[in-house]
Write a protein that binds this ligand. Structure first.
Ligand SMILES: *Cc1c(COP(=O)(O)O)cnc(C)c1O
Length: 468
């Protein structure tokens, strides 16, 4: 499998280069040259497989040729060993042909583990094969940091430095990062905001000398291997509900468009998906686009579903590429205009293509709490605020009640206990493997919002990137 860039100026690349570089050299995002196709018979043949086996079958065409099958099987088996249920992603009925797919049974209680638990060992494998090491630097406002740390901990070829804004992540989020006792994990609390953290990371990547010396790398949400790994659970849920004979619809609480894009990918591969419903909180840029054909940036409003508090959905570029007939130069010119003017519009035909698959709906915090309460009262399930936005959107946009609607549950309710308690009066409890989280020892360095201080600290601590 070869990968091409959404901006059309990068030569076709192999999986391992795509994995390690994240962003394409022309500034675009990598996508497969062609979508692997599964016939109805091939989809049917996947029925009943355990999750890791299904993952191996679905992911092989994307990785094959670069990572040998036996190594890939080992990576996938290891990735899902640390989930707290052998089902990996349990599917529960919560209403009239309405289902909840729980994607929060991994080590850090959010769906990001579904992909990052695969990404960490994949990185390690490819680096060791090449005799290379990397230093991963990231900024987090909460969920991504802990999932990335869990993915990279104790891996010889990786050191990870995670910046978070001091005092501005929840206590559970901070503890999930700072209590990991691995020598290759460094937490830095910046005296500043999340934007300050992001600016520091950007500045370090722009410092060519530092970038080369430490072989800086990232595992952020545009990394193709993350999208790729997420396609598996769409097949998993679909097969359980009778695909390929049965058609399906999915509802996805959406921020950077990575999760729902994996649903689009599953559809492109042959899973019979009717609707992909996007749930937006008050940061509704995608829902507005689907209503008007105009993508327009506004400010970010903080909500009780903070992992969707985004200004721009970076992975949307991958869909845009398909919408404009895979013309990379067109994508580049649209996005150049977007950077300058803060908005762009597509024509009616392009919008119609998107609207045939994607549906959007927005909900503010009060509406989100009302859904949390409704699902608790009527289905006896505690759900987190992100999941609630997805369910609300599913209910608002559902077209055909004979088609199962599967809402993705993206976080464990105990990750957002205050919002859940405010809605239901019940405080959700952390699962057993995190029950002693508050007693664990923390390791974290507090640094000022200052490039010199942070880059010096990282340079001193890092074992030295490429010197493998
Ligand atoms: C990251 C995240 C999302 C948004 O997912 P995208 O792939 O960025 O659209 C939704 N819910 C939770 C709990 C998350 O952590």
């Amino acid at each position: 499998m070869q990968y091409i860039s959404t901006r059309g100026e990068t030569p076709a690349s192999n999986f391992d280069d795509v994995l390690l570089s994240g962003l394409a050299p022309d500034g675009g995002l990598f996508v497969p040259e062609n979508w692997p196709q599964l016939s109805a018979e091939e989809v049917a043949a996947l029925q009943g497989l355990p999750y890791p086996e299904l993952a191996l079958r679905v992911l092989k065409p994307f990785v094959g040729g670069t990572v040998p099958d036996a190594a890939l099987a080992g990576i996938i088996d290891g990735a899902y060993e640390h989930f707290d249920t052998p089902e990996i992603a349990p599917l529960k009925q919560i209403g009239d042909n309405e289902w909840l797919l729980e994607l929060f049974h991994g080590p850090t209680l959010a769906f990001k583990d579904m992909a990052l638990q695969v990404l960490g060992p994949l990185f390690d494998h490819v680096l060791k094969t090449r005799g290379e090491k990397v230093t991963i630097i990231g900024a987090t406002s909460g969920d991504t940091g802990s999932a990335a740390i869990e993915a990279c901990r104790d891996r010889d070829a990786i050191e990870i430095f995670m910046l978070h804004p001091k005092g501005r992540v929840t206590e559970v989020q901070r503890l999930q990062m700072t209590t990991v006792p691995s020598a290759n994990v460094y937490n830095i609390a910046i005296e500043g905001t999340f934007d300050d953290c992001q600016d520091l990371v950007k500045a370090m990547f722009n410092d060519q000398a530092m970038r080369d010396r430490l072989r800086l790398s990232a595992v952020n949400s545009i990394n193709w291997a993350r999208i790729m790994s997420q396609v598996v659970y769409y097949f998993w849920a679909g097969l359980k509900l009778g695909a390929p004979e049965t058609h399906l619809s999915f509802a996805v609480p959406t921020g950077n468009f990575g999760n729902v894009f994996a649903g689009y990918e599953a559809r492109a591969m042959g899973l019979p998906i009717d609707q992909l419903v996007i749930g937006s909180n008050s940061n509704d840029i995608l829902t507005r686009f689907l209503e008007t054909g105009t993508m327009e940036m506004t400010g970010v409003t903080p909500t009780i579903s903070p992992s969707m508090d985004i200004q721009v959905s970076s992975n949307f570029e991958r869909l845009l590429f398909d919408l404009v007939g895979r013309d990379g130069h067109k994508v580049a010119s649209i996005l150049d205009g977007f950077r300058d003017k803060g908005k762009y519009s597509v024509n009616a035909k392009t919008l119609g293509t998107a609207q045939a698959i994607f549906y959007g709906a927005r909900f503010d915090d009060d509406e989100t709490k009302a859904i949390i309460k409704d699902v608790y009262d009527n289905a006896d399930e505690l759900i987190d605020p992100h999941t609630a936005v997805g369910i609300a959107a599913a209910r608002a946009q559902r077209r055909d009640r004979s088609v199962p609607m599967i809402a993705l549950a993206t976080a464990h309710p105990a990750k957002f206990p205050d919002a859940v308690e405010a809605a239901t009066g019940v405080r959700p409890q952390l699962p057993d493997h995190l029950a002693d989280l508050f007693e664990r020892e923390e390791r974290c360095t507090v640094l000022p919002n200052n490039f010199e201080a942070v880059s010096t600290f990282i340079s001193e601590q890092a074992r030295g990137g490429a010197k493998a």
